[in-house]
Design a protein around this ligand. Structure first.
Ligand code: S3P
Length: 449
């Protein structure tokens, strides 16, 4: 499929050019998605602070986990060359992160920076500086800095330590019960990781349940956690002996989402997505697509190394609009850009609300999706906390831009499959943050009718 989809390099950036054939196209076959980004970060981090060896199978080879690996290597963990077959991490034991003699660079990765901060703040007598790329340096860090300061952390940075670069002087932290104002796995995980070395039990309560990969993996490594499902609270006991483990990373449901929507909106498509992580704190996208009338079946559900996994078959069907808001939002937070694309091809209006968090992701995803899909002809209205999209307006190929956000680049590529004429997506290399083989797979599954 080289003619219809091509990558061009223009002044150090990649431009993805997609021209659907007049005769039509469909998506067929089996897709192997890359490893889960959230689980990959956690496997590297816990492997680094555990005793002994952690072996990671299926690690995501995207830029974000590479940032995590580089940071923890700089602090003394021995991490073998990254590949998706087997990565070996020789941990240095809890409390033993070495003071790096340079700045820790989290790149584009909010998860790297926020989770790592919990560990850095709790290492007494060590000094750390952390930074990231343009996008990460503009994202709010006060959501982790404030609770860490309440635990006794010393952190400095721009705007009262709200923005990276940040400097951290590690301390003996005090335990606390933190009531997070937002449902955020990054905030929850940061505080739990800080709690590993606090002077008592640390509890985090969140307003709605966010992804629970940290809780699952901390337990597997030997930490003692109590989970109260009624109040969305997690309590961690300090000073566990963390022991290296074998971690098998399931496929990332957030990456699978692009194929779910692509197969659902492109007529005659029939795709099977293999090895998709279906942890219930992540399956909001499946529920939302089913609510929209998507033809999806979960095949061979199974449990792999403590995480539920299944294959997912998706066939084309006419979608209908729906309302998405409330507790489901944290369970599909990263899939909202691609859901917006699905809504463009649904009958009626789709309302996405309670999603203001999208404004502080790798880009302002509400503004960017509204802007880029409007350019293509979509009927889309931006609200402070969401989007309102009336489906059925035909999309036309245009000059679009990823705004250096991986999920925007890939969402626009899927929209382009169903647009008339050529779409050019500028700065498409952003996809490599979470899905380095996205374009290759796109070429593989597209068939001319
Ligand atoms: C992540 C949590 C989510 C998500 C991000 C990864 C994680 O962020 O958007 O891509 O791995 O913990 P928040 O927890 O801030 O919502």
């Amino acid at each position: 499929m080289i003619i219809m989809i091509r990558l061009e390099t223009i002044s150090f950036h990649q431009q993805l050019v997609i021209t659907p054939p007049e005769s039509g196209l469909s998506l067929q076959g089996t897709v192997h998605i890359p490893g889960d980004k959230s689980i990959s970060h956690r496997a590297l981090m816990l492997g680094a602070i555990a005793e002994g060896e952690t072996v990671i199978e299926g690690l995501l080879l995207g830029e974000d986990p590479r940032s995590t690996a580089a940071c923890f290597s700089a602090m003394g963990a021995e991490i073998s060359e990254l590949n998706s077959t087997e990565v070996r991490v020789r941990g240095i034991g809890l409390g033993n992160l070495r003071e790096p003699n340079t700045i820790l660079d989290a790149g584009n990765s909010g998860t790297t920076m926020r989770l790592m901060m919990g560990l850095l703040a709790s290492h007494p007598d060590r000094f750390f500086t952390v930074t990231g790329d343009n996008s990460l340096r503009s994202r709010p860090m006060s959501r982790v800095v404030k609770p860490l300061q309440e635990m006794g952390a010393q952190i400095w940075g721009r705007d009262n330590a709200a923005l990276a670069p940040l400097a951290i002087q590690g301390q003996q932290l005090k335990a606390m019960h933190y009531h997070s104002p937002i449902a955020s796995a990054q905030v929850k995980s940061c505080i739990l990781l800080a709690g590993l070395m606090a002077d008592g039990k640390t509890t985090v309560t969140e307003p709605a349940l966010s992804r629970d990969h940290s809780e699952r993996m901390l337990k597997a490594f030997g930490a003692n956690l109590e989970i109260d499902h009624e109040t969305n609270s997690v309590t961690i006991e300090p000073h566990p002996v963390l022991k290296g483990q074998k971690v098998i990373v399931p496929g990332d449901i957030s990456s699978a989402a692009f194929w779910m929507v692509a197969a659902a909106i492109v007529p005659d498509s029939d795709l099977t997505i293999e090895n998709v992580g279906i942890n219930p704190t992540r399956t909001g996208i499946i529920e939302a697509m089913q609510l929209m009338g998507a033809d999806m079946t979960l095949e061979d559900p199974r449990e792999v190394a403590g995480e539920p996994v299944a294959d997912l078959r998706v066939q084309y069907s006419q979608l209908k609009g729906c309302v998405i808001g409330g507790e489901i939002i944290p369970r599909l937070i990263d899939e909202i850009p691609i859901l917006a694309v699905a809504a463009c091809f649904a009958e009626g209006t789709t309302i996405i609300k309670d999603a203001a968090e999208l404004r502080v992701k790798e880009s302002d995803r509400l503004a960017v999706m509204a802007m880029e899909l409007s350019k293509m002809g979509a009927n889309i209205v931006e609200h402070p906390d969401g989007l309102e999209i009336t489906g059925g307006a035909p999309l036309t190929g245009t000059e679009a831009d990823s705004h250096t956000d991986h999920r925007i680049a890939m969402s626009l590529a899927i929209a382009a499959l169903n647009a008339h004429g050529e779409t050019k997506i500028h700065r498409a290399e952003a996809a490599s943050i979470s899905y380095p083989t996205f374009v290759e797979t796109l070429m593989d599954v597209c068939e001319i009718e």
